[in-house]
Structures are given as structure tokens and as C-alpha cells.
Design a protein around this ligand. Sequence first.
Ligand code: C2O
Ligand code: CU
Ligand code: CU
Length: 490
Amino acid sequence: MKRRSILRVGGAAVALGAGIPLGARLLAPAQPGRLLRSTAPAPPRFRTPLPIPPVLSPVRVDASTDHYEITQRPALLEILPGLRTAAWTYGGSFPGPTIVSHSGRRTVVRHRNELPYPVVVHLHGGHTPAASDGYPMDMVMPRMPGMDHARDYEYPMNQRAATLWYHDHSMGRTGGNVWRGLAGFHLVRDDEEEALPLPTGDRDIPLMITDRSFGEDGSMAYPDMHDGFMNGVLGDVILVNGAPWPVLRVDPVRYRLRLLNASNARRYRLRLDPQPSGGGALVQIGSDGGLLERPVAHDVLEVAPAERFDVVVDFGRYRPGTRVRLVNTLGDGGAGDVMRFDVLGGAMKDESVVPARLSDGVPRLDPGRAARTRTFLFSQSRDGNWTINDQSYRPGRALARPRLGEVEIWRFITDFHHPVHVHLDPFQVLSRNTGGPGAYDAGWKDTVDVRPSEAIAVATRFTDYAGSYLLHCHNLEHEDMAMMADFVTA
Ligand code: C2O
Ligand code: CU
Ligand code: CU
């Protein structure tokens, strides 16, 4: 039965793809990918209240470890009003439940696979032993006679507070699996961060931004790559925490917004509209790998797939009653809007502060002491494949063998837009072409947006775990089309 429904979903995908005139839409280089147009009517903007993914409770807690369980299963979700969308989910919702770990406390997540295909779970940003890192061939099989369809992923959580996320990482199928709903937040907290007077509780909000397209019947079909989507699949409905263009009513106080671009291929240039007078509304306090040393105020944020920007917005800078849209100036039509914040009235106490110094956890990796420099060229081969150093991904072939504890300089060079992601440990951006790091490169990063014909140098240092890890483009269509490489730490 399940198999049949999947085939039907596949059929819808082909039909949708066929509806798009060939070459109808060449996107500006700022936004690689091809738009998959919805045939369902676009839902009204700013009507749906912003959902907050539920925080998962552990099934068991012992002296050293928190144990969680997640069942991956199909679910019918109401994403567009009045329509049902068949999704693949972590525990029945999209996004999946949020896991909250404390640094240093081991977290074990048992994933049970009730989906009709093998799956792989990766904790993005996790400092994870290779056996639990979600290597693309390391699958959790579906329920079949005589096969184990569950698996424990073990996370030591020896890492600083940060906004991580978990998502599917199946060989060649990550794009479709994430598109259908396999993504969730995993937050790490630590004592250093908890001692800061930052906004907390319901003023600390994770925002997972994705774009999707919907068939007439509400289906969230993923297109066939052969229909010209190998540059990336773009949707025309923007979802935040799984809801189309939602709205959040906010008190006139500071909020911490943990922005995650979980889209397959879409880049965003985010801005608040209107801006408060004086500008600098998006006060960045953290990046992929946790708190920055000091806050950085931005008017706009460019966010490539998989990047996280942790920002504080003070809605007290707006007059009560102001409707503040979060817009995407790289998107047109519906993709130009993300969500809205409606500022409520009334005097509110706000004890939160953004301290001038946030963290001691960002010591500089000294490139002058690098053991070696490696260069990775991200490019398209003549036969159209996405490659790294002219190689299509082959599991088991290592393109680099860094030694644990050594600083190295890794250079990423591209022909096209590629958000480059490195597993195991975050890195620090040293330069873009001949200049220094860009405006969005501060702190510990695990994904860096490399623009067409750009050369970026980063300082890496891998620690603790020997094994096979991945380096890849996080445009999920590029990743699935083999723009991925193993590196082996020892
Ligand atoms: Cu977010 Cu290797 O992935
Ligand atoms: Cu990752
Ligand atoms: Cu790419």
C-alpha cells in the first residue's frame, strides 16, 4: 500500500515538472536553481500563526545520558488551509521535534524507520564520532522481515552551545527526503551561554525557513532531476517552521531568533521591513558553531542553505501596532516574503541585554601555524556532473587525510554558487578572494557560501574522532548529484 502511494507521488512529480516550459526561467546568478511552480492556489500570507516545533522529552534519563526516540513515518499534514499534504516526518510533524541537549551530556537518539525506504540521519553541526555521523551508505533499513529497522545515534555533545539541526543524508536521495519533511532542530545549551542575560523561554525562537511547491491536491511533490532541476529545486511557497508565511505576535521587547535556512537550494537576503530608525535591526549573536565573541549589527543577512544566524531583534524599537515583515530581497513573487511580526502594545518589562562580549569560545585558529593547505575545486564537469576536484562522489575514496589536532588551511574554489559544508568540526573563514572574511563569515562556521568564481580560505582543525567524514555542497541537488567527498581523520 505504501509503495503504491509513493509511486503516485512520483507520478505527480513528473506531471508537475512537465507543466514547466523548457528554459522558461533562467534565474539570476544570485539564486541558483529552477523554480517548481505550485498548481495549488497560494495560501494567504500572514494568517497562520507561527508554529513552534515541540521540544522532545527523553524516554529515559540516566546519570550520563539522555535517551530519545523518534519514529520516522509518513504523515498527512495540513500545511495549506483545507488541503492535505503527504509528508515524510520525524515523529509525525514537520519540522520534527526539537531536541535540546546540554553540552557534555551524552544524547542517544533511537531512530525507528517506518518509511518505505532506507534513511540516514545526520546531526548537522554535531561533533560526532563517525559511526553516528550519518555516512550516506550507513542506512537504517525500513521494516522488513528479519531486518533491524531501528538504530541508535550516539552524540557525546562535547561541543559548545549552538543551533544544530538534524536531517536526512541518504546517498543520492537527500534532496527528496528533506523536501518531503525530514528535518528538525537540535539545540545545544551550555553554562557560558546560560549565564548571559539573552532573551530566553518563549522569546528564544528557532525559525526553520524552507521553500516548497504544492500540487493542486496539496501534494509536496519533488521533481525529477532529469527535468532540468539539477541546479537546485526552488519552491514558490515560503514555510517557516512548516507554515506558509506565518505571523507571530510579539511583545515590544527583545527576541532571540535562531534563523536556519533549511531550503534545498534557495538563498535568502533577509531584511526587516520597515527597519527601525537607526537601522542595525538584526543583531547577530551567533553563527553555525555558536556564540560570536561580540555581537554584530546587520541591516540585511545573506543566508545560504544550511547556514544558521542567531540574531536578537528588539521589537521595542517599533511603535506598538507595527507590522514588521521579514522579507527576502533575493526572491520575487511569494518568495520575496518570509513571515511577519506584529508588535503588540503595552509597556513590557525586558530584562534581557545583548552583552558587548558574548563568549570566550572563539579563539582564533592561527593560519601561520597551519600544517598544510589543501584546495578543493567545486565545479561542473563537461558531462554535467557536479564534482569536487573533478571527481564525482565515490564512497570510500578519501580526498584528504587531515591529522587530528592540526590546523590546516582549506581553500574552496568554485565556478558557481555552492554552500560548502564540512562535517565533524567547525572552521573559521580567513579570506574571500584577496579580501578578508565577508560580513556574514564571523565566528565558527560549518557551512560557507562560496559565490561564483570565488576562492575562500578557511582554517580547519579536526579533533577527537578518527574516521570517515564528509565535505560537500549543501545545495541538496548538487549533493545528490555527487558534489561530495570523503575525508578521513586520523
Ligand atoms: Cu547538513 Cu552533510 O549535511
Ligand atoms: Cu553536517
Ligand atoms: Cu553546489
